[in-house]
Design a protein around this ligand. Structure first.
Ligand SMILES: N=c1c2ncn([C@@H]3O[C@H](COP(=O)(O)OP(=O)(O)OP(=O)(O)O)[C@@H](O)[C@H]3O)c2ncn1[C@@H]1O[C@H](COP(=O)(O)O)[C@@H](O)[C@H]1O
Length: 94
């Protein structure tokens, strides 16, 4: 899991740097309202996750959770934070 998140974060960082035209991730970094778009997605997906959980729909829970994790990593990158900032915080709670 750690590797998957590290690899996804590295791809997001690459998209931020290289801004390929056909990349949804790059569009979030180039769009004027990119940060608002990410925050809106996080809100929508959290609501969808709650509904999936209430329905005990495991496939939908995994789908919405993945959307949330992806947009969360984009947000960290937008704030010029590192994935280690999240890991450090989680480990500090252990
Ligand atoms: N993990 C993701 C990822 N998760 C979600 N999304 C996008 O986030 C958007 C979510 O918007 P929506 O909620 O409206 O879409 P939806 O989930 O189909 O819609 P709902 O039915 O849930 O409302 C979609 O355009 C998804 O394609 C992602 N886009 C890219 N990645 C990864 O990011 C990396 C870079 O990809 P590019 O952005 O293509 O360069 C690659 O590793 C990709 O796999």
């Amino acid at each position: 899991m750690d590797d998957t998140l590290d690899e996804l974060f590295a791809v997001i960082e690459d998209r931020k740097e290289t801004l390929p035209e056909d990349s949804y991730t790059a569009s979030l970094f180039t769009h004027d309202k990119g940060e608002n778009a990410v925050l809106e997605k996080l809100g929508e997906e959290t609501t969808e996750l709650i509904l999936a959980a209430k329905d005990d729909d495991e496939e939908e829970i995994a789908y919405e959770a993945a959307d949330i994790v992806y947009h969360l990593l984009v947000l960290l990158s937008m704030k010029d934070m590192e994935i280690e900032d999240l890991e450090t915080e989680l480990e500090a709670r252990g």
